[in-house]
Write a protein that binds this ligand. Structure first.
Ligand SMILES: Cc1cc2nc3c(=O)[nH]c(=O)nc-3n(C[C@H](O)[C@H](O)[C@H](O)COP(=O)(O)O)c2cc1C
Length: 301
């Protein structure tokens, strides 16, 4: 079979398409279509090509197919906090709340997880030492992501779930995992209903989060810029109102982005700046964010 070569636009567009449309799938998992063991093993073979520290193969993969074990996993999945998610989803139904879709999807998965053709748990030999240095997790997460993309390329889907880790000891006992094995996440694996998943818009453009040479120094479309951000314990509407009040005292070239995050809002303030003025511009930007914090959440951020 003719393979497009790396560097060709055909290769790039296929790879980029897979990378940008491998989404968390919950509502569109096809619980009624069987998945062959070999498909899962092929995806693990692909995933095992991911880099690993010291070039040591220390990942181990649990594939759960037995219905009794799946039923017990489903109980643990709910006990780990998903039963609370289901209650919240019921409350949010029809409310238009920004998390309604996410919660509805999580509820659907929580109520049906025992019907998933396979549950897959990537694990790694060893226990994370919490040192913050590159170590165990750095040798497994990229592989788990490759697994997701390999599933996608075959018309299957999954979602990265970690809430079940609240019940990790019980899962370890159920699956007879030795003590020195660390679980990373749980993948419910199934064919997807349709394959037309799209990139999400809920990510920042590279130009706004990639900094050149020094933190906060961007290269915006029109040239160099600076950006700073702060989390404020206040609802977005209040933050918008405070920005509005800044009015004429704010620099007209500034752009504020306000996003809801757990516990409040994240405000990012962008300003175009000549490279040699960047430090001064950043100081202005920081002072403005500090002002907003003091005004809206004087107890801190
Ligand atoms: C570290 C991590 C933990 C996650 N844990 C859960 C989880 O416990 N349950 C769940 O339903 N989704 C979980 N997700 C999936 C995210 O909610 C999902 O990726 C997010 O909704 C964005 O959707 P997208 O992947 O389609 O962009 C997790 C994702 C990551 C990266």
């Amino acid at each position: 079979m003719h393979q497009p070569a790396p560097g060709s636009s055909a290769y790039q567009s296929t790879v980029d398409h897979a990378l940008t449309t491998t989404r968390g799938v919950r509502q569109r998992l096809d619980f009624s279509r069987e998945v062959d063991d070999q498909v899962i093993l092929d995806c693990i073979d692909v995933a095992e090509q991911a880099p690993t520290g010291g070039n040591n193969g220390s990942r181990r993969w649990m594939i759960i197919r037995d219905q009794e074990i799946k039923d017990r996993m489903a109980e643990l999945y709910l006990a780990a906090g998903v039963d609370w998610v289901i209650e919240t989803a019921k409350r949010l139904e029809g409310s238009g709340h920004q998390n309604e879709r996410l919660m509805t999807g999580a509820r659907h998965l929580g109520e049906n997880i025992a019907r998933t053709p396979a549950l897959v748990i990537p694990t790694i030999l060893g226990q994370h030492d919490g040192s913050g240095r590159p170590g165990l997790f750095d040798s497994v997460i990229q592989s788990a992501w490759s697994f997701m993309v390999a599933l996608r390329s075959r018309g299957l889907g999954t979602v990265w779930t970690t809430m079940y880790l609240n019940e990790a000891p019980a899962v370890a006992e159920l699956l007879e995992l030795p003590e020195h094995v660390t679980q990373i996440c749980l993948f419910p694996v199934a064919y997807t209903v349709g394959t037309d998943f799209k990139p999400t818009s809920r990510r920042y453009p590279a130009r706004e989060i990639a900094y050149f040479d020094r933190f906060g120094r961007t290269r915006l479309e029109g040239g160099p810029g600076v950006v700073d951000e702060v989390d404020i314990k206040a609802k977005p509407a209040l933050v918008h109102a405070a920005i509005e009040e800044l009015g004429a005292s704010a620099n007209p070239s500034w752009r504020f982005d306000v996003e809801q995050v757990p516990g409040g809002s994240r405000v990012r303030l962008h300003q175009p700046a000549f490279a040699d003025e960047a430090a001064a511009s950043l100081a202005d930007v920081r002072a403005t964010l500090d002002y907003l914090v003091t005004k809206l959440a004087p107890s801190g951020h």
